[in-house]
Design a protein around this ligand. Structure first.
Ligand code: ADP
Length: 327
């Protein structure tokens, strides 16, 4: 008996970063023990911004490898590429027809991305939450593990589920969001959230030298201009990372040493780097090993897509029936 069904997705844009890992993936791995889990590499979401067509397939395979290297066991969940299950876009169209335009225009992510991609504010960017709602509802998911940035989209999904059920009869559960213990990691600039598209991230598979260079130059509590200035761990993004990667006693020590100015930021970063690499090194080794076996990854993704198609077809049949799109 499982606690319910989970859906969550990740975009195959750029490299998967430690924000994705702490905010979502680590939680996904843990949840496979108790829930019926469906995880997707959401390529249709990734094409809402300009992307590199030539390297896109490689990015998708890279995302799959990274997820498995992070501990996602394909025997305990379904892992698939979104565009391989065509019902996602079919349900999205149906949901479009019950979505008020104003709901989408209000979305924080749409507003942010419209600013970031002024030259390409396409309808897909606006419609992103509807496709995401379709992803979740297609499997009648009851819970969605996400980072803090996605709460608004899951709330929207709940509203759309309610609206569909109200118009056409009870069909979908109202899914709840599940947050990890660190649902938001800021980027290396210490300002915006860490994101693939903002170029402020630490990729899970990056070379240790590159990771250190990024950490070394990253922003901490800006009030600590000199070594003797005390800092406030609560407003330091590096401290947030410590809470995710360093043992509890080290977390307590670095917080005390920051507040009393008895340890400088560079030393604190060195400790973080060591603990971060302890967690990332085995993941990087596993990913390298998987790179030698591309057929294995393709088999996992094909198997995931065919299992998801079965569920998707059943749910769409029910949806078409309820809407009298079918006799
Ligand atoms: P990105 O925002 O980097 O493009 P995705 O949209 O593919 O990443 O998000 C995949 C998952 O990772 C989502 O559940 C999202 O909430 C989570 N996530 C993304 N960035 C962060 C972050 N900086 N901190 C915590 N969780 C994050």
């Amino acid at each position: 008996m499982t606690k319910g069904r989970i859906f969550s997705g990740i975009q195959p844009t750029g490299t998967i970063h430690i924000g994705n890992y702490i905010g979502a993936i680590k939680n996904w791995v843990a949840l496979t023990e108790a829930y019926d889990c469906v995880f997707s590499i959401v390529d249709y979401h990734a094409i809402t911004i300009d992307y590199d067509v030539e390297s896109f397939q490689e990015s998708i395979m890279n995302a799959a490898r990274t997820l498995i290297a992070c501990g996602l066991n394909p025997e305990k969940c379904r892992l698939f590429i979104q565009s391989r299950v065509i019902e996602h876009t079919e349900l999205a169209w149906i949901l479009n027809c019950i979505t008020p335009l104003g709901d989408l225009e209000r979305m924080t992510q749409f507003k942010d991305k419209s600013k970031q991609h002024r030259e390409n504010i396409n309808v897909g960017l606006l419609d992103y939450p509807v496709l995401q709602a379709a992803d979740i509802m297609l499997y009648k998911s009851t819970a969605v593990p996400v980072g803090e940035d996605q709460i608004q989209h899951v709330e929207f999904t709940r509203r759309i589920s309610r609206r569909f059920n109200g118009k056409f009869g009870k069909t979908f559960p109202e899914p709840k969001w599940l947050l990890s213990s660190t649902p938001k990691i800021l980027g290396l600039d210490g300002k915006a959230k860490m994101s693939k598209s903002l170029n402020n991230d630490i990729g899970i598979l990056e070379r240790p030298d590159d990771i250190w260079e990024k950490l070394r130059t990253s922003v901490t509590d800006e009030n600590r201009k000199r070594l003797k200035d005390p800092g406030d761990p609560k407003i330091c993004n590096l401290y947030t990372m410590h809470t995710s990667f360093s043992p509890d006693d080290v977390v307590t020590d670095v917080a005390d040493q920051c507040k009393s100015a008895s340890r400088g930021c560079v030393d604190c970063k060195k400790i973080l780097f060591e603990n971060l690499m302890k967690e990332l090194a085995p993941i990087q080794a596993k990913a390298q090993e998987l790179e030698k076996r591309p057929d294995e990854i393709s088999d996992i993704l094909n198997d995931g897509a065919s299992k998801c198609s079965e569920t998707a077809k059943e749910v769409m049949e029910e949806v078409r029936g309820k809407m009298k799109l079918a006799g």
